[in-house]
Structure formats: C-alpha cells, structure tokens
Design a protein around this ligand. Structure first.
Ligand SMILES: [Zn+2]
Length: 147
C-alpha cells in the first residue's frame, strides 16, 4: 500500500525555498536547510529538510538521508548549547495516518524543559504562531553555537 500523503496545491516548503515566504533560517548546507517553524512546540523547535522535494523517508536518496541526519545532529548540539534543554525529541512523520501535515520530508528537533509534560508534542493541538522577529532572534542564538 502506498503511503497516503497530504496534497496541497503547492508544497509550502518548496514555496519557502523558492523565496515565496519569509522564514527564520538557522543554517543552510549544500543539500539541507535548518529553520524554525512559526509554530514552536518548544523554544528552539527546528525543522531540518532536504532542499530537493521528497515527500517521505521512502523518497530520500541514501546520501540525502545521511546529510539530513548529519545536519540534525549538528543543530541538536548547537541547540543544546544555546538553550540548555532538559531533553530533545527528534522525530518525523510519514503519511497522513502517521500525522504528516506537509508533503515535504522534515525532521523535527524539539527541545523540552523542566516541567514539560513528556510526550506533549504528540497531542499539542493548536500552537500559536511566534512573531517572525522572535524566530529570527532564536535562530541567531542557535547559530552562535554551531561548531
Ligand atoms: Zn517540497
């Protein structure tokens, strides 16, 4: 059975990549991009995506999968130094039934802090959008700690 993915008219991440929208970039590497989604599940919530459109894990080339995980690890280290979280969730969803909402592969890195409910990210409901200026500040704080 093929994985059923969301089908918006246009991929929002490709729209970002094409310069169609503002976004808070943490770091751009050769084939991947780390940036902050406007809805922050925790201060410093980062998404790492391939620059090439690929809907799910099953659509990634092996070298893309490696490049993404390399970037995830790199950002996780910087994020840990920048905000000293008590924990980190790293996850991604493949398919509508798995909770995928954007049809462009992305890995979430979500820091957690003392007092956060374990597993809250899987039932977080509607999160307010953070102001873009605030996202730029957070992105710069993480960037400061990239090795
Ligand atoms: Zn895309």
């Amino acid at each position: 059975m093929p994985i059923d993915i969301p089908k918006p008219e246009r991929c929002p991440f490709c729209s970002y990549l094409g310069g169609g929208r503002e976004w808070a970039v943490v770091e751009e590497l050769e084939s991947t991009l780390a940036w902050l989604p406007p809805r922050q599940s925790g201060r410093g919530h980062v998404l790492v995506i391939p620059k090439r459109h690929a809907p799910t894990l099953l659509d990634l080339e092996p070298d893309e999968a490696s490049a993404i995980m390399h970037h995830v690890r790199r950002v996780a280290h910087a994020l840990s130094k920048a905000f000293d979280p008590a924990g980190l969730n790293v996850f991604q969803n493949n398919g509508l039934t798995a909770g995928q909402t954007v049809p462009h592969y992305h890995v979430h890195i979500v820091p957690s802090y003392p007092g956060d409910q374990p597993g809250r990210i899987f039932s977080s409901g509607e999160i307010e959008r953070s102001p873009h200026e605030e996202l730029l500040v957070v992105a710069a704080q993480i960037r400061e700690h990239l090795a």
